[in-house]
Design a protein around this ligand. Structure first.
Ligand SMILES: Cc1cc2nc3c(=O)[nH]c(=O)nc-3n(C[C@H](O)[C@H](O)[C@H](O)COP(=O)(O)O)c2cc1C
Length: 182
């Protein structure tokens, strides 16, 4: 398949985010025909229906969602659940008429955190994705322990098992997109 546009949404906003590092690895190792872009969620405010004029950061996020064929969701685990920046981005996107920015698109989830590899948060996120009508890659799951010499001092992903899982997951995302095309 050629020209699959993937928008990555990362639930951690910090500069040295290990979840962002997973996305950066994915960007650098995307299969032929897939382009991955990371959304900047730094200035996206909490969703509030009283906000009459959408801030620039929100407009930009929604435009990127509209252009995306697929999503890559980098899911940190905060207190056993989804980090608010990621959920908030999905909440904004979901409020467009008929959920048109997300419905029927494909997505993959990866995450970096403690020993459970964000699995608890990822399974909450899977539930959210049911309502968003996203079609998720089931396998492989990318559960990354951030505290096991997984990243080097420059915050680059060095764990070969996780590297391989990411490559396999991107391939699965591409295959899934192909199945859902038309
Ligand atoms: C508010 C908060 C809650 C957290 N709760 C969990 C948790 O439930 N499970 C877990 O594995 N890690 C938890 N952590 C640790 C994060 O996994 C860790 O900070 C991780 O590096 C965050 O991802 P990042 O590197 O992309 O910022 C928590 C961190 C914060 C700030």
């Amino acid at each position: 398949m050629s020209g699959l546009k993937v928008l990555a949404l990362c639930g951690s906003l910090r500069a040295k985010s290990t979840n962002k590092a997973l996305v950066e690895y994915a960007i650098a190792h995307a299969p032929k025909g897939m382009q991955i872009e990371l959304a900047d969620l730094t200035d996206v405010p909490f969703y509030n229906s009283d906000i009459a004029t959408k801030p620039v950061a929100v407009e930009q996020l929604l435009a990127q969602c509209a252009q995306a064929d697929a999503f890559l969701l980098a899911c940190p685990e905060y207190n056993y659940s989804i980090a608010p920046a990621l959920k908030n981005a999905l909440d904004w996107a979901s409020r467009e008429p008929n959920n048109a920015l997300m419905a029927g698109k494909v997505a993959a989830i990866m995450g970096s955190g403690g020993g459970m590899g964000t699995s608890r948060a990822q399974y909450h996120l899977r539930q959210v994705c049911v309502f968003l009508d996203l079609h998720l890659v089931n396998k492989p799951e990318v559960f990354c322990n951030a505290f096991a010499n997984t990243f080097d001092a420059d915050n680059t992903l060095t764990d070969e098992r996780i590297q391989s899982l990411i490559v396999q997951q991107l391939d699965a995302l591409q295959q899934l997109a192909l199945r859902f095309k038309n």
